[in-house]
Design a protein around this ligand. Structure first.
Ligand code: SF4
Length: 409
């Protein structure tokens, strides 16, 4: 069977966020299903696919560098992913790439691979593990429930790269999740650009799973996922009123009492310029109510400091927000312009030194809160998931820590 002894080899480089990782996994699964082999190094590959990120300018540079590296080492490169949506940027730096496709364009990626590296004649589909090919360790997996976003935050170009919200039907998401759990995955991380908006675009249409009618909305999805034997963790949830209905599911132990909620700022005037809902007071009230219903609730969020026009007063407002909200896990970025974002046209940019100073003060305030919150938990007994068992230590996480981001030094 000569065609099996020498199957074509594809190298794969995956950059960017968890959403890009999910795209990579789908493409790797498809390649394996068609009988391609995944090469462990550039040298072993017949061609290399680079899945790029184009979110901020630093990510564009990193992506262009990765493409250059793959070209130097291998010479035959297909570029896919967010930066692929800006083909001229890729072609200006690297005119010799074989093909360029945009994000979540699975069919186009496969067509480009077929053009440049013919499909094996007899794909060995039975070699494909039923859960697909995962890039994450075996015990946790990301499940992407929708693509795109209906918001138009002024600092963000995701809607122009990925389009408006497109939700997967709930039956499809449940089927994938069940398959993952059956294959041994113990934690499912639900991701999208805007998890709370799930189903809006398909008008919450009813779909079927396991013979049952299910409404395509986030509450039904969370409840149904909660029936699987795995931790369910929700990422990118915005504090809309209907999120209130998720909190009792957490209190009842169906899904993890953990919410990743990118709030971005605490000053209403900055939020307005970011074109995000400016209802700081309501958010604070909502957080308080949630904690009353589910006292163990852990909240993660991210913020941007130094957004154009951010005054001292705005920044002090943000610190006050932090002190009142007392979030558990907080990430902070200094604002950096993204090519093509509406915020680039805003007046009054904040000087870099001031951005950095605000970042430092922000982290100081949050570190103190974090220290106090962690000290309160000393002595608690928690169920943990073991991420790594090494010779002299075990690395484990509780429900309060998402993999790869929380509690990492
Ligand atoms: S909610 Fe805003 S920041 Fe998030 S993807 Fe949509 S436009 Fe971008």
């Amino acid at each position: 069977m000569s065609f099996h002894s020498n199957p074509p080899n594809v190298g794969f480089v995956s950059l960017g966020c968890p959403k890009a990782t999910v795209d990579s996994e789908r493409i790797l699964t498809e390649l394996r299903a068609e009988g391609y082999r995944i090469a462990p190094s550039y040298e072993d590959a017949d061609l290399v696919i680079v899945n790029t990120c184009g979110f901020i300018d630093a990510a564009v540079d990193e992506s262009l560098e990765a493409i250059g590296e793959a070209l130097d080492a291998n010479g035959r490169v297909i570029v896919i992913g967010c930066l692929g949506a800006r083909e001229q940027v890729v072609r200006e730096s690297h005119p010799e790439v074989l093909a360029v496709t945009g994000p979540h364009a699975y069919q186009e990626v496969m067509a480009a691979v077929h053009d440049h590296l013919p499909q094996p004649r007899d794909p060995f589909t039975s070699l494909l593990p039923p859960e697909g090919v995962k890039l994450t360790p075996h015990h946790y997996a990301y499940v992407k429930i929708s693509e795109g976003c209906n918001h138009r935050c002024s600092f963000c170009i995701i809607p122009s790269l990925r389009g408006d919200l497109q939700s997967r039907m709930i039956g499809d998401v449940m089927q994938e999740s069940k398959r993952l759990v059956d294959a041994g995955v113990r934690e499912l991380l639900v991701i999208s650009q805007d998890t709370s908006a799930y189903g809006l675009d398909v008008r919450y249409r009813t779909d079927f799973w396991d013979g049952r009618p299910l409404r395509t909305d986030i509450q039904t999805l969370a409840r149904s996922l909660g029936e699987l034997q795995a931790w369910i963790r929700l990422h990118y949830v915005y504090p809309y009123p209907h999120v209130d209905e998720l909190i009792p599911l957490m209190a009842d132990g169906l899904i993890l009492p953990y919410l990743d909620m990118p709030l971005q700022h605490g000053s209403e005037s900055v939020l307005r310029r970011m074109r995000r809902p400016a209802a700081t007071e309501k958010v604070l009230n909502r957080l308080q109510r949630w904690r009353e219903i589910c006292p163990g609730l852990v909240l993660r969020s991210t913020f941007i400091v130094g957004f154009p026009g951010e005054t001292d007063q705005d920044f002090e407002g943000l610190l006050d927000f932090l002190r009142t909200a007392r979030l558990d896990r907080v990430g902070c970025f200094t604002y950096s312009p993204v090519h093509g974002a509406a915020a680039n046209a805003l007046p009054d940019p904040v000087p870099d030194a001031l951005k950095q100073e605000r970042f430092d003060r922000f982290m100081e305030v949050q570190s103190e809160i974090s220290r106090e919150k962690l000290a309160d938990r000393i002595g608690e007994r928690l169920t943990v998931l073991v991420d790594a068992a090494e010779e002299d230590r075990i690395v484990a996480r509780s429900y309060a820590d998402a993999p790869e981001i929380d509690g990492q030094g």
